[in-house]
Write a protein of this length. Sequence first.
Length: 171
Amino acid sequence: MKVEVQKTALDGVLLVTPPTIFEDFRGHYIETYNRELYHAAGIDVDFVQDDISVSQHNVLRGIHGDGGTWKLVSCLHGRFYLVVVNNDPASPQYRQWTSFTLSDTNRQQVLIPPKFGNGHLVLSDWAIFHYKQNSQYDRASQFTILWNDPAYGLWWPRTDPILSRRDQGLD
Ligand SMILES: Cc1cn([C@H]2C[C@H](O)[C@@H](COP(=O)(O)OP(=O)(O)O[C@H]3O[C@@H](C)C(=O)[C@@H](O)[C@H]3O)O2)c(=O)[nH]c1=O
C-alpha cells in the first residue's frame, strides 16, 4: 500500500491518492489517512485537528488561509470544485491559482501549504468537505480572498454562488 503524490501547477500543492480505495458489492472502503504511509510519501505534517463542512449545491466557501497551516482536503460525500491560491507576496507564484474537482468517486485529496488560500464550490446536491490541519483554529490569523476579486482572476463554474457574509466581503 502506497500513497501516490503528484505535483501540481503550484509549487508545494500536491494531489494525493490515498493508499486504499476498495470497492465491492457492499460499497467502498477508503483509508483516508495513515500516518506512516503519508510520512513515507513525504507528507510529514503533524496534523492536530480534523474538520468537516457540509454544504448544499452552489455554496461557495472561502477563500481562506493563514501563514502557518497545512491542510489535507478530501471530499467525503458529493463533488466540489476546489480552488487553491498562492497568497504569499514573497513567492514568484504569488496570486497564481489552480483548481481540482474532488469527489466521493475519485477520492483524491489535496495538500495545501501555509500561505495558500482554499475555497470550494459544491457541484452535487450537497457535499461534505473534510480536512486535516496542523494548527488550532484561529479566526484572527486567517485571510479572506473574495471569490471574484479581480486581482486574482479566479474562474468558477457558477456565477451565482451562495456565500457567507464574510465571503461577500461584508464581515
Ligand atoms: C474553520 C473553523 C470554524 N469554526 C467555527 C467558527 C464559526 O462559528 C463556524 C463556521 O465557520 P466559518 O463560517 O468560518 O466556516 P467556513 O466559511 O466554511 O470557513 C472555512 O472555509 C474553508 C474553505 C476552510 O478551508 C476553513 O479553513 C475555514 O476557513 O465554525 C470552528 O469552530 N473551528 C474551525 O476550525
